[in-house]
Design a protein around this ligand. Structure first.
Ligand code: AMP
Ligand code: MG
Length: 350
């Protein structure tokens, strides 16, 4: 099977094709589709066989639960047993959008979808193609990121084709996604809400609305005995094939040290990859240099992160060195992904 590609844009929805994609999902097939965060691999969330197929297509461990996507707020009460007041406030502010919330699940959600857990993660995406597809599919679409497990998340249809082209029925190509980082996950099954995965909606933005919010301990500590609460956060993820190291510190020192690594490699007849920014790209005379975006526009860095990591898999580089991006608003989300991609290898320089 080679996935069929259907192109459309959010401005010009092709409702006939969306209805057809919806039928594929209802009949137990898999359809990848754009969302504002990354491309999702959709299956019917209420059908255990569809969820099993999703795990198989991605090669995803079966204890790593799927996010259920809805496109009408009224549908929420069908799949969750209680919605705390604070969750309603957050939904009011950030749904539809790049925010996932976790609640106790009702019986209609199969355990195959939730990785065996009694809770379910739910998101209401803002992308119009995603919304119409979810409605056409009956209202509940399980959709993890549409990449092979462990690889960078897909931000365009080509990435999905590269990873899953032979394993799924259809890919809706809606062009490049807007944000490029997966949703923020907030767990509402505990007294105080807990952020299990940082995303475009930052911890500060959530605190501003809810007051007391915690960050999952497993995210803050690199000690492997402290397990993150989101099962998926414990897995190595996003890694390019070449070894990636982050170099952090004062900008001039970072550039100098990365250039030393590049010179060392060149002397041995090898080439390194360098993840730079628009502001620094010209300061690296050696190696394969890619700009991830501008430090003046942190969204551009989030937007290109996974694309750049994937691009290096098509380059002959022996190692990759990246600048660090602790930017003010979404730096936490960017660095969470980059650190995972680097297996937490980070060098501090001064
Ligand atoms: P992805 O589907 O690739 O965006 O990843 C979804 C993330 O949400 C993974 O890290 C999952 O472990 C996490 N997740 C989904 N459902 C739950 C849940 N019920 N409890 C905790 N984490 C969850
Ligand atoms: Mg993923």
């Amino acid at each position: 099977m080679r996935a069929e590609i259907v192109k459309m844009s959010a401005e010009h929805l092709n409702m006939e094709e969306i209805q057809r994609a919806g039928r594929i999902l209802k009949e137990g097939g898999l359809v990848a589709f754009p969302t504002e965060t990354v491309y999702g691999l959709g299956g019917n969330a209420l059908d255990s066989r569809s969820s099993i197929k999703i795990y198989a297509a991605k090669g995803r461990p079966s204890d790593n639960p799927l996010i259920v996507h809805i496109a009408d707020i009224e549908k929420l009460s069908e799949i969750v047993t209680e919605i705390p007041e604070k969750a309603k406030i957050l939904a009011e502010k950030y749904w539809p959008g790049p925010l996932t919330m976790i609640f106790p699940k009702t019986d209609i959600v199969p355990r195959e979808t939730t990785g065996g857990l009694d809770s379910v993660a739910v998101r209401f995406p803002s992308d119009r193609i995603a919304q119409e597809l979810i409605r056409a599919a009956g209202g509940f679409v399980a959709a993890p990121s549409a990449n092979t497990s462990g690889r960078p998340s897909p931000t365009m249809a080509d990435h999905v084709m590269e990873d899953l082209g032979d394993a799924i029925d259809m890919i809706i190509d809606g062009g490049q996604v807007g944000i490029g980082l997966e949703s923020t996950i907030v767990d509402f099954t505990e007294e105080i809400p807990v952020v299990l995965r940082p995303g475009y909606v930052s911890l500060d933005m959530i605190r501003e609305v809810l007051g007391d919010v915690r960050m999952d301990k497993g995210l803050l500590i690199t000690d492997s005995s402290v397990r993150p609460k989101a099962p998926g956060m414990k897995y190595r993820h996003y890694a390019p094939q070449a070894d990636l190291t982050i170099v952090e510190g004062e900008m001039d020192a970072v550039v100098r040290v990365i250039n030393e690594f590049a010179a060392e490699a060149a002397a041995q007849g090898r080439q390194v990859g360098i993840i730079a920014t628009d502001e620094t790209r010209d300061k690296y005379p050696l190696g394969v240099v890619k700009s991830i975006g501008s430090r003046e526009d942190e969204d551009s860095i989030g937007h290109h992160l996974f694309e750049v990591l994937r691009e290096f898999d098509h380059c002959q580089v022996s190692a990759i060195y990246s600048e660090a991006f602790f930017t003010p608003r979404i730096g936490q989300a960017i660095m969470n992904r980059l650190l995972k991609a680097a297996g937490h290898k980070i060098i501090s320089v001064s």
